[in-house]
Design a protein. Structure first.
Lengths: 294, 356
């Protein structure tokens, strides 16, 4: 009995931790490079998820077609957002205000649009892998294992991309010193666009992979986004490694609280943890002294 | 015979103390108009409906102004406004419903508890900047929402909120009179909140936060205690937000968990952004516009939130000043008095357009 609870808590923690990490990875990349707090991240999440749902339910395609479609549409949506709402204010004095309000406005528009196109009823996206294993009474779904593997693989991929590829080096250069990067003939604004599109693709992927665990509705992007924001801050804004570690730490913490204290305590617990964290280490686990900056 | 120069007396800076320019006649006239208006309106066919709209306008304007005070003037990106509104509403609702208090007594506790909650959330967050405040206040919003839905039964009402809160006891009066009394209460709250916020904006506190918003380094080096100033501003904002929440609970004899919907948040944000971020009149104008449009666009239903979100995003990016500064510019150019000191006026203009 105790074993069951323990396995349940660990499994839930690792599963959700990896997804929070995936969502947080996109947020932290955009923050690190563009200094943009993207409050439309949850909206991009549901854009990806609903695209996959539409491909499966209306076009009757298999989920393996819907998955890349969802990721692609989410990335395109993010790129469009960059062109229409972010690019015009880059370098202007009111950048923080404008992007904050614009992304909030956009995310509400997306929820409303989804509500109009589909309907408020809960949707189900089929899992990529079906079936499950039974470990001491806990169902370990194959989809869950896929999500964890994908998440870890993507962290490795993003890390390698940032470290070794030309584009990745450009992104790092832009995030460290925008003016110097621009003098080195790095197209700063285009690099921003690339980062935002990558972040959108990650959010879309999270949306498609995660929606079999939840039912999908127009506002189901809000909660993952809050969790991702918490993970991002816990791990240190702008830190890729921080997003990975903090994702698992918070996922496990939340899962243990849920299993042993009850679901109602999960959010207050996480909230308390993050406030303690900010008091003890205001920059997060791997943050680099940038609390004073929006 | 030499003309003796008058002794130089320091002139009160009229730009800094706008209430000195307000004549008693104007203030009294506006007040009288506000008092008489509902009596005239209820004689019309759709008059009652208009009075209801005015009540809504008063309350939304109070919340929008309070939010603008911390977001627009203070540069504190707090998204806890709706949660504080709900806390005010629930406080007085529970006191009146579960303990049977007189609403006129229990509503006094709404702003107090909301302010206490604001201090609680402000203590750990307001030392931090920007993003952290956004995150923690959003998380606070979510936390409050979850608690309101899943909390103890006398709070959650089984997930629907409080459905049978007593209204204000106004004695045995006709429906029209009842509505007019409700209107008066709303107007008094609106008038007090507006006046206090107006004074706060031009007080040393308001000047200090505006300085911090525009140049933190400069403000701090002039000896402003950033944390204390922001906490105080946050508390003032929460006070009136909670009061408005308390009023709305008794006005609509209940408070539902749908106040936490994101559409409420975008409504308030739209008022500030459309009217003019970081201007005194902006949120009031914005509240009027959003409530008016709300009625005009009733037919388009779900498309309203879609349009509203897009409009807010577009204005924030392409016309961040909002409507009020534009209207003000037109007034000054065509109708207003000639500026006495063009240089000073130009500077003030530059200052006000630099902010926000």
């Amino acid at each position: 009995m105790h074993n069951t609870q323990l396995v349940q808590a660990v499994w839930g923690g690792v599963l959700f931790g990896s997804v929070y990490g995936l969502m947080a990875l996109g947020l932290t990349l955009v923050w690190g490079a563009v200094r943009l707090l993207n409050l439309a991240h949850g909206a991009i999440f549901i854009v990806g998820a609903y695209t996959a749902y539409w491909v499966v339910s209306t076009l009757h395609m298999p989920i393996l077609v819907a998955l890349p479609a969802g990721v692609l549409v989410a990335a395109i949506f993010a790129a469009l957002m960059h062109v229409l709402f972010i690019r015009p204010v880059i370098g202007k004095p009111g950048f923080d205000n404008a992007t904050l309000v614009a992304t909030v406005g956009l995310s509400i528009s997306v929820s409303a649009a989804v509500l109009i196109i589909f309907n408020p009823e809960y949707k189900v996206v089929p899992p990529v892998l079906s079936g499950s294993q039974n470990v001491v009474g806990v169902q370990i779904t194959n989809q869950g294992l896929l999500v964890i593997a994908t998440s870890l693989a993507l962290f490795a991929l993003v890390y390698l991309f940032l470290t070794y590829s030309r584009q990745g080096m450009a992104i790092r250069a832009v995030s460290q010193q925008r003016d110097a990067a621009s003098l080195m003939a790095i197209p700063v604004v285009r690099t921003y666009g690339v980062v935002i599109a990558i972040s959108g693709a990650l959010a879309g992927l999270a949306g498609v992979l995660l929606s079999p665990f939840f039912f999908l509705n127009p506002s189901s992007g809000f909660n993952p986004m809050i969790q991702a924001l918490i993970v991002t801050i816990f791990g240190g804004l702008g830190s890729v490694r921080g997003a990975l570690v903090a994702g698992f730490v918070l996922g496990l913490f939340e899962s243990f609280v849920e299993v042993y204290l009850g679901v109602a305590w999960a959010l207050p617990g996480v909230f308390l943890l993050i406030i303690l964290m900010l008091i003890v280490r205001p920059n997060g686990l791997f943050g680099i002294g940038e609390v004073r900056r929006l | 015979m030499a003309v003796r120069a008058a002794p130089a007396r320091p002139e009160v800076d009229r730009e800094a103390t706008p209430w000195r320019r307000l004549s008693l006649g104007t203030a009294g006239g506006v007040l009288l108009f506000g008092l008489v208006l509902p009596w005239l309106l209820v004689r019309l066919d759709i008059g009652n409906f208009l009075v209801v709209l005015l009540i809504l306008f008063f309350m939304q304007a109070v919340v929008a102004q309070s939010w603008n005070l911390i977001m627009g003037y203070g540069g504190i990106y707090s998204f806890a406004q709706v949660a504080l509104f709900a806390i005010g509403g629930w406080t007085t609702g529970v006191l009146a419903h579960s303990l049977g208090w007189n609403p006129f007594a229990s509503i006094l506790f709404a702003p107090v508890v909301a302010t206490a909650a604001a201090l609680l959330i402000g203590l750990p967050t307001l030392r931090l900047r920007g993003t952290y405040v956004v995150l923690l206040t959003l998380a606070f919003h979510e936390l409050t929402r979850v608690f309101a839905i899943t909390g103890p039964r006398f709070i959650s009402g089984g997930g629907y909120g409080l459905t049978i809160v007593p209204g204000f006891p106004l004695g045995n009066v006709s429906n029209d009179q009842r509505l007019i009394f409700l209107y008066y209460i709303a107007m008094v709250i609106f008038a007090i909140a507006t006046f206090v916020i107006w004074r706060v904006i031009y007080s040393p506190l308001g000047v200090a936060v505006t300085a911090l918003r525009d140049s933190e380094t400069y403000g701090v080096s002039r000896g402003i205690n950033q944390f204390r100033v922001r906490l105080l501003l946050f508390a003032i904002s929460a006070f009136f937000t909670g009061l408005a929440g308390g009023y709305m609970t008794h006005y609509s004899t209940g408070i539902s968990t749908s106040v936490f919907d994101l559409s409420r948040l975008i409504d308030l944000l739209a008022m500030i952004v459309i009217g003019g971020w970081g201007t005194f009149m902006g949120p009031i104008l914005g509240a009027g516009i959003v409530i008016g449009l709300d009625q005009a666009l009733e037919g388009i239903g779900d498309y309203r939130a879609l349009a509203e979100g897009l409009i807010v995003a577009l204005i924030a990016v392409f016309a961040p000043q909002g409507l009020w500064p534009a209207l003000r510019g037109i007034y000054d150019r065509f109708l207003g008095p000639e500026p006495a000191e063009p240089q000073l006026a130009a500077e003030a203009e530059a200052d006000s357009s630099a902010g926000g």
